[in-house]
Design a protein around this ligand. Structure first.
Ligand code: MG
Length: 272
């Protein structure tokens, strides 16, 4: 019995010894091999190109920087058209602000954009009435893909003391995102959105290549953090994507009975 076990044991011991020698040899060669890699220097990780383009910032952080396209300067609606028929925009311009004209309907920019940084200021009237979605409803469509509510809506609504579904409150990407916090101001006070919009991309057959992402600061406070959209805004049903490339920015003339919303100081920087 002893003899029958001794042979495999001897064989195993021999294999173990050989392997141990190999490991020791590798370790020894690693220790003795001269190092050919030069000692890292701080300069190794410095980049000197491409040099960022010089942009002169605005006098304040809400004023347009030198490379911005001013979409509304308080004087006219030259950059805007009526969405449904592309006729000149007919919202009311007065005292440096533009105010929704419900009868005239949605307006949108003449220009089309892909990826951009947007600044826009809006005001719910002090004498607002109604509740929920019927209390100061408008909206910034970050890409308008057709008439009416076609596109991707960043909601505008009184959120100061107004209960509604949270993915439909101000700061939400309507029916998709819930704002991280609620930094709204009272009706009658000016509020701002600063938006980073990364448009969706589509393959030649119209299928989705990459989704839309949006980051929103509401009154300077982050409310949507690189949020991934599931498609266009839908009032009913689950969102889905429809292929497009380049789209205007649209402002909503909502059909509720609230007093009209106003906008001012709108500018955009195209991202390349
Ligand atoms: Mg709306």
């Amino acid at each position: 019995m002893i003899r029958s076990h001794s042979k495999p044991f001897a064989y195993s011991a021999m294999v173990f010894t050989i392997m141990a020698f190999i490991v020791m040899a590798i370790a020894a060669s690693a220790q003795t091999a001269p190092s050919t890699a030069p000692k890292p220097k701080p300069e190794d990780t410095e980049l000197w190109t491409p040099v960022p383009e010089v942009v002169t910032p605005g006098a304040t952080t809400t004023a347009p920087p030198s490379d911005a396209i001013v979409l509304f300067n308080g004087k006219n609606l030259d950059e805007w058209v009526t969405t449904k028929d592309k006729s000149p925009a007919k919202w009311v311009v007065n005292h440096g602000i533009m105010t929704v004209n419900k009868a005239a309907g949605e307006i949108e920019t003449k220009r089309k954009f892909i990826d951009y940084q947007l600044h826009i200021e809006w005001r719910i009237p002090k004498n607002i009435t109604g509740s929920g979605q019927a209390r100061g409803n408008s909206g910034v469509f970050l890409a308008s893909t057709g008439p009416g509510n076609d596109g991707y809506e960043l909601q505008v609504l009184d959120a100061y003391n107004n209960k509604t579904y949270v993915n439909g409150m101000a700061g939400s990407l309507y029916k998709q995102s819930i704002p991280l916090v609620n930094p709204s101001r009272k009706p009658g006070e000016w509020q701002s959105y600063d938006v980073i919009w990364n448009a969706p991309r589509f393959n030649e057959d119209g299928s989705l290549k990459s989704p839309a992402y949006v980051t929103v600061l509401y009154n300077g406070v982050l409310v949507d953090n690189h949020f991934q959209l599931s498609g266009e805004t839908l009032y009913v049903g689950k969102p889905f994507y429809k292929a497009f490339s380049g789209a205007p920015i649209k402002l909503q003339a909502h059909g509720d009975k609230s007093a009209p919303i106003s906008y001012r100081n709108i500018w955009v920087r195209e991202l390349k």
